[in-house]
Each structure stands twice: as structure tokens, then as C-alpha cells.
Design a protein around this ligand. Sequence first.
Ligand SMILES: CC(C)(COP(=O)(O)OP(=O)(O)OC[C@H]1O[C@@H](n2cnc3c(N)ncnc32)[C@H](O)[C@@H]1OP(=O)(O)O)[C@@H](O)C(=O)NCCC(=O)NCCS
Length: 211
Amino acid sequence: MAKVRVPQLETERLILRRWEKKDAPQLYEYAKNPNVGPPAGWKPHESVRESRMIIDQLFRINATWAVVLKESGRIVGSISLEPDKFRTNIRTRELGYSLAEDCWGRGLMTEAARTVIRYAFEEMKLETLMIRTSSSNRRSQRVIEKCGFVYEGTLRRASRLFDGTVRDTRVYSMLREEYEERRAAELAEAAAAVSEATAAAVAKATAEAAE
Ligand SMILES: CC(C)(COP(=O)(O)OP(=O)(O)OC[C@H]1O[C@@H](n2cnc3c(N)ncnc32)[C@H](O)[C@@H]1OP(=O)(O)O)[C@@H](O)C(=O)NCCC(=O)NCCS
């Protein structure tokens, strides 16, 4: 099987990089937590060996990044661009992610997702990007909204999980033109902030020179 490209990406607080087999103990550390996998539809990992197999057979086949905290070098999560099973003959992927529970609520996954979304549209040249989450996963829904995805609808009784429970799935997507519009607005906002700061610095220097 062809090796997928997983270039290193960087955000303010994170490095996103390819998973290595030697990362298995760090994956196991957060993936064994029963609060992490089940909301995303997967069974908690039962051993380091299982985590190593997931890295080898899943993460290194799909475009999956390890989410690494810059401040400590610790792996705290995973983010991926997997095949989109719902669309045909379209350049599309499905975004997925999970994060160690002690890191929730600091905006980390939104930060990682925005960078991967930019990579998906600007480097992979996707036409659409989709994401699904269960109707009960309010945290993930919030991340999805903050990233600018558009809600498409709910697939009722969409999947039966490892533990036999059946879930409804909320489906969202982002079209290329929606991404471009959002990106242009972000860049305009950043440029306005820079020119405001420059004007303030010039005014301060002028006032100091006049004293
Ligand atoms: C979903 C997940 C990745 C979110 O990561 P995170 O870094 O905590 O996300 P962020 O901090 O960027 O945003 C979380 C948002 O959810 C909100 N939130 C937290 N608990 C909530 C709740 N019970 N109900 C509604 N919103 C909630 C937070 O307030 C925050 O929104 P805000 O920025 O407007 O305040 C993480 O919780 C996780 O790994 N969960 C388990 C795996 C999973 O569900 N994966 C997704 C599968 S689709």
C-alpha cells in the first residue's frame, strides 16, 4: 500500500506529526480512558500492543497526525483525514479526532483542526471536507461549529457501536468556497489588527518625539 503523506504541521501550542510505532505507550495512556474512545465510537484500548496495532494498521494507512504539546513533547491526541464513505467522485475526506481527557476545554482540538482543515484545502486541494459526530457529543459539536462546518442533517440509527449501542449521527461538511471565504475573512482581520498596532506605535513615537 502506498505510504500516505503526513507532513509535520505546527500551531501556536502544538506540533502535528506522523505516528511512529514507538508512540504506542503514549497512545495507550490516553486511549485506555473509557471517556475518550466511546464518544468517538471506538472501544478503549486494552493494551500497549493494541495501541501499536492501531498505529500500524490504521494511523499509518490513513493521514493521521499525533497531536504533540510543544511545552512538554507529550502526545495528547490524534487527528485524521480518512476516506469519506458518503461521497463519490469528489475530492473529499472525513475529519476525525480525539484528545487526552486532562487536556479538554483548552481549545487545543479546535486549534489542531483549523490547521488540518487549512492543509486539507490548500495542500490536498479538497473540494469538500466532512465530519460526523454522535448526537450526544456536545463537545465535538462545539469544536465543529467553531471550525465553521455546516450542519447537513442527522442520520438516524446510523451506527451500532462495539458495545451494541445504536447511535444517531450528525453530519457536517465544509465546501471549498466556504473555506476560502472564511480564510479570507481571517486574513483580513489579522491584517487590520497589524495596521491598528502599527498606527498606535506611530502615534506613540510621534507623541514621544514631540515631548
Ligand atoms: C471532542 C474533543 C476532541 C474536544 O477537544 P477540546 O480540545 O476539549 O475542544 P475545545 O476546547 O476546542 O472546545 C470544546 C468546546 O466544548 C464546550 N463544551 C465542553 N463541555 C461541554 C458540554 N458538556 N456541552 C456543550 N459544550 C461543551 C467547551 O466549552 C468548548 O467550547 P467554547 O470554546 O465555546 O467554550 C475532546 O473532548 C475529546 O477528545 N473527546 C472524546 C473523543 C471525541 O469525542 N472525539 C470526537 C469524535 S467526533
